[in-house]
Design a protein around this ligand. Sequence first.
Ligand code: SF4
Length: 383
Amino acid sequence: MIKGQNYEKKGSLLYLCVNFMKECSNKVSESVFSALLETLLGGESPGREGWRMLLSGLDESQAARVRDAASAVVRDRFGGGVYVRGLIEISSYCRNNCYYCGLRRSNRHASRYRLTTDDVLGCCREGARLGFGTFVLQGGEDEEQDDDWMEATVRAIHAEFPAQAITLSVGERSREAYRRFREAGADRYLLRHETRNDAHYACLHPAEMSGAHRRDCLRALKELGYQVGAGMMVGSPGQTVDHLLDDIAFLEELRPEMIGMGPFVPAAHTPFARHAAGSVDLTLRLIALMRLRFPDALIPATTALATLDGRGREAGLRAGANVVMPNLSPAAVRGQYSIYDGKASWGSEAAEGLRLLEQELNRMGCHIAYGRGDYPGRDGGPK
Ligand code: SF4
């Protein structure tokens, strides 16, 4: 077993071994698998070819051992606590036209709504009563919920709930807007990069959008002191293993505090409505691998996982995720935020279902971690 090896170091025994193996078979031998795992557990990157083997060369028993290792790491770091974030879907209007999304502006079948600041504050009051330590405001890029509106809304939430963390997920804005939101009280920002590969990005988005701009936004958010969430859709149309390797390289460069990865779920009335959904297994593999690479990261078991597989959320938590985001949106609009088909937003996916969630977690030997749940180091470490 060779610890801390980078598999791209030309001339090293492992480099030769790995490349020989690649030529002979897609399967990873036990000794190489152990070395890859040790490398990750030692805090090092296995390099592009190492990641390739971990993504596409493992057998089921090796994949299970990756998940077990990730589960042990998350337990060690977070003690079985799973953070809950109250998700408030503030608007289903969007000026963008991403090909995969049910909220895209060209979808005339989408039902549209937007919450007022008072509506959002009402959700926060309910969330605070239920014990949420973080509110996540998520919406399409709604031109009526402009920078002034967003800043005023964040300021109002922060004034009434100074102890709660505020996470925004409202798309690409100017650096100045991000600065204003931060100054008004926002702590975190979720902006999935979706795919690091520009050609792939262009398959998923119209020409007026660019992956480079999105990455610039992520870097600006980092510089402004946000805890930043990046991530990708797993199994999005046209995605290859190499695209995922590009994504991992980007995450290693950005080092986001949060990593969101959910399987692609097709949405009706979009160009990809008939495309197959992404793989739950591959999503779980990625969750486990990112947990091993970023032990302190906040990684959600996404709603998309729960949507595709009734036990998807539990599987995500067992594979190393440590965050769930129950839906705190007003019941009247919850079905309307339809980014993809069949989105789970009731039962233990709903804020009112916290007791159900607690039972689910207890069965797994976990519990809800109340409190803000900042990235370790921001508030003295995980609770
Ligand atoms: S993915 Fe986001 S930015 Fe793109 S259309 Fe949907 S809500 Fe708008």
